[in-house]
Design a protein around this ligand. Structure first.
Ligand SMILES: C[S@@+](CC[C@H](N)C(=O)[O-])C[C@H]1O[C@@H](n2cnc3c(N)ncnc32)[C@H](O)[C@@H]1O
Length: 310
């Protein structure tokens, strides 16, 4: 058993991955009311709100910190004036102040791959520098495609794993999970005419197939493929970046709730007590559970192997 905290918890995708590895959640934070609702329904716990308003000392001590911190507010991270300077509006520093106070042994951070190249790599340099040199972590990072780990969706994310140097042997190494031998494809999961997901003929004409504008991926029962990344704005089909199903009364529909669960690797019985719009937003913001479950497994294995026996 290990204890963990769930920051920027969303609907708890990382929590499911940790619980499957026998972790016990001792604190969660998520400020979005709708995500809180889904989280509470599934984990019987209302997450704490705005992390910027929570004192680090009021958070229980824990072995493992998880954070899929939001990716938008990075603009000023490289221009920070010092570690203690907390005015950047950069939520990464919410994570670091908690790490600093608690001297958390293990960490897992998740983000979009763009984090690595943002501001010519400067943002990621600062993140690595702070974790290594100011907080004393040995860190490893990798961009992993969830499609290689048991879901029928292309979803590339950067994962940063860290171990507090003081607690671990110097020669610590980390092996990232190996890709599954067998791929999963969307056709296995498509439903027959689920109701309420049709895209009207009007919308199809005006947006979906507008000339020179995007390339929606159209799939059907024979599609032995992986769907495009489920994004939080999937329901706004003007974006045209998504995957749509040839099915239903109007000929084309959105992915259903159950199909979203499948492409994100969520359990079938996961409850979704919110509107359809919120449902897409929440899954689109979340993690593909199986890949995180495997990474957490590797983190725990590494921790066991390299922990100092004081
Ligand atoms: C990329 S999502 C993480 C989703 C999560 N990993 C999951 O499995 O669902 C980031 C989340 O951080 C939340 N968030 C942003 N700012 C916050 C803050 N100041 N305090 C608490 N939560 C915040 C957002 O509402 C969003 O749900």
């Amino acid at each position: 058993m290990f204890t963990f905290i769930d920051l920027f918890a969303g609907i708890g995708g990382i929590r499911i991955a940790c619980e499957r590895n026998k972790g016990k959640c001792v604190f969660s934070s998520e400020w979005d009311k709708f995500a809180q609702k889904t989280y509470q329904e599934n984990f019987n716990e209302l997450p704490n709100g705005d992390i910027t308003a929570i004192e680090e000392k009021s958070i229980p001590s824990h072995d493992f910190l998880n954070a899929g911190f939001p990716c938008q507010p990075f603009s000023s991270i490289g221009k920070r004036e010092g570690f203690e300077h907390k005015t950047q509006g950069t939520l990464f520093f919410e994570v670091t102040r908690i790490l600093k106070h608690h001297e958390t042994k293990m960490i897992l951070l998740e983000n979009v791959p763009g984090l690595i190249t943002h501001d010519n790599g400067n943002t990621f340099k600062v993140i690595q520098d702070v974790l290594k040199n100011e907080l004393g972590y040995t860190i490893f990072h990798k961009v992993i495609n969830a499609a290689d780990h048991g879901v029928p969706q292309v979803r590339k994310r950067v994962y940063i794993v860290g171990f507090l140097q003081d607690k671990y042997k110097k020669d610590i190494k980390f092996d990232w999970p190996k890709a599954d031998k067998k791929d999963k494809y969307i056709n296995e999961f498509l439903e027959n005419h689920p109701s309420g997901y049709n895209i009207s003929k009007h919308l199809q004409g005006s947006y979906l197939f507008k000339k020179d504008d995007g390339r929606p991926q159209l799939i059907d029962k024979d599609s032995k493929i992986k769907v495009k990344t489920l994004v939080s704005t999937y329901h706004k089909i003007q974006r045209l970046t998504g995957t749509f199903v040839r099915d239903g009364e109007t000929g084309i529909r959105l992915l259903s709730e159950n199909e979203c669960k499948a492409v994100m690797g969520f359990p079938k019985d996961f409850k979704v007590p919110v509107s359809r719009t919120q449902m897409y937003r929440q899954f689109g913001n979340s993690v593909a559970v199986p890949v995180v479950e495997k990474i957490v497994h590797q983190i725990l294995k590494t921790s066991k192997t390299y922990i100092k026996n004081n």
